[in-house]
Design a protein around this ligand. Sequence first.
Ligand code: PEP
Ligand code: MN
Length: 343
Amino acid sequence: MIIVMKATATEEQIDHVIRRVQELGFTPHVSRGVERTIIGVVGDERGLARSNFEVLDGVERVMRVLHPFKMASREWKEEDTVIHINGVTIGGGGLTIIAGPCSVESRSQLLETAHAVKEAGAHMLRGGAYKPRTSPYSFQGLGLKGLEILAEAREEYGLPVVTEVMSPDLVTLVAEYADMLQIGARNMQNFALLHAVGKIQRPVLLKRGMMSTIEELLMSAEYILSNGNMQVAVCERGIRTFEKYTRNTTDINAIPALKQLTHLPVIGDPSHGTGRWDLVRPVARAMVAAGADGLIIEVHPRPEEALSDGAQSLRPENFARLVQEVKAIWEALHAEVAALGQE
Ligand code: PEP
Ligand code: MN
């Protein structure tokens, strides 16, 4: 439920509504906009009547949020959430490019890749230290050593780092080294993990499960938000369909649908979305044209030697071309939108 205060509401009236929400056993979530204050009511509100608040002074209207996700919805918060990470922003109209290898394999591999992606125009560095692999015999990641290498690359190249965390007991450790925590597709509904990242103040990149709906993705984001961490970006990384030619099927619909439904930034992952390096650039272009706030791209200096996801990893020169292309599309789109706005 959302309580919209009048533009003329006084601080006492706002405080009174907040107290009433608490008395009824709910948690108030206050957003102070330029024009007016909105108070969200967090909790199981099925037995709660709108009239509890409609009668209070200073209240303009009380609305039920139609979606099962509340804090993630545009109704709850109309303006885009902008995540700030050491000088880089995600959301709010820009285009943020995150790039790096699937896995951190060695110090030299990561530093070489970080240098290349920085030169090509990436804003953030990715790389897995803890890897969720289908086979227990596949490379599982360097663990703590991988985190240390990521932190070194961040210092060397000034690129904030995003890396995956797979279990609640590792959240504090990974957050010590990383600027943004990735929740992988396989863990999108690991509720203990969602709770744990919700309790800390580190931005989260939440990937869509390969068999999850858009609504389920936003319900998982809701777990993080409702635990107190508002800095969440959601990521479309392809879903499973009957199609076997590609590793996953990029659900391009999800990008504009998510932009409609949520204020959270939307990131596209054409690497996992296709699983084939030769399809990554065109699908990246489509994602930006569809309105993505950013992209996450796997890059490896020698994909044939990669310990994971080599088939979908771009060589640095190919990545550099991708950056030029998506920037051109983003600029054309924004010039077009600006021109239409002036008519
Ligand atoms: C990854 O980013 O390398 C990864 C494992 O992604 P996903 O969870 O989307 O499969
Ligand atoms: Mn990968």
